[in-house]
Design a protein around this ligand. Sequence first.
Ligand SMILES: [Zn+2]
Ligand SMILES: [Zn+2]
Length: 419
Amino acid sequence: MGITAIRGFNDILPSEVGKWQFVEKTAREVFEGFGFAEIRIPILERTELFSRGIGEATDIVEKEMYTFTDKGGGSLTLRPEATASMARAYLEHQLYAFDPVAKLYCFGPMFRYERPQKGRYRQFYQIDAEVFGVGNPVVDAEVILMLIHFLRRVGLEKLELQINSLGCRDCRPRYREGLKAFLTEKSFQLCEDCQRRLQTNPLRIFDCKVQTCQEAIADAPKVSDFLCGECDTHFDKVKECLSMANLDYVLNPRMVRGLDYYTRTAFEVVSYDLGSQNAVTGGGRYDNLFQEIGGLDIPGIGFAIGMERLISLLPKDKEFIRYPDLFIAAPGKGTHGEAYRLANQLHLEGIHTEFDYEGKSLKSQMRRADKLKARYVLILGEEEMKKGRAVLRNMADKSQEELPIDNLTGILKNKIGKD
Ligand SMILES: [Zn+2]
Ligand SMILES: [Zn+2]
């Protein structure tokens, strides 16, 4: 074998890409219905955007970023997520000058240097949606409603919405200290990584998979016990708005989010569709992000959906591949030119038509039509053509009919375009 792809970098083949297109198309329809507009941001950014925006003491910034020095000497990073870049674009282009509220979405690849395993790649894809400029809890509920509506539209049914509030600049540090004090007494139980996290970012200990660490945090204090009055009121209003939108939710006090910029509302959606429990997506509010990257004091909320995970959860019975509408079988030298002419006309009409390029036998052409799963086959036999006729075969029910050669394009367009 010659040159292969880099480990963790994945091809999405034509047989799979229909699912991706379906998900993206549905996202566009749903998000734009909620007033979101697409934004396309660069794949490379200055490293400091992520180290400041995501936070130095996170796995992403500490270990997982693709960072390199370019020929100009600057430190650049392949984006590990989209939110910081979207916030940067909002500030840089002063989108707030037109309207302080910006509802934005984007699709695209993200890059993290993680150990590749099944379903996890170093280049992976996300769908991101963000609202900048609104602190009001009504928008938290609206973003969550849009997310759930989208997931249902792509075919996920057994969904559970989990929510929590992470507090604000005032109460989150108090919680962090409370958690630190609690875990310091249990620090002998913590793994080496978590010993360090205890000093730098104790909230991240919740994400540790090590058994003794899980045991240590089992009765850790809850963030809800530390919320200030304003955060309490904010969270109550989110819950009220979710109920008004007929959305069920469960409270999950263990959802704390390691990323430094998260504040107040945090949410996750779990799918029970494939018999097991799968976290589909998560998101939340990040009212500190803009200040971290050197901007104004602007609130934000949003979510990111991992495409690979979402696609693995799509209904198995749905068909995503577009098979040919028509295969033109033209056995015989005299008919080959007619097949080419007709196929060209049908292509211009948007009818997916295939024909044989090599002038093979009728039997071999029919085999190929079958393999390609063409819906119809038009047989241009030399004898029939002399009589001004062709045979159209419906491959599903095997019925056949004779059609006049004159105006075949019009007849086929009507017939095939209609089903
Ligand atoms: Zn607070
Ligand atoms: Zn640990």
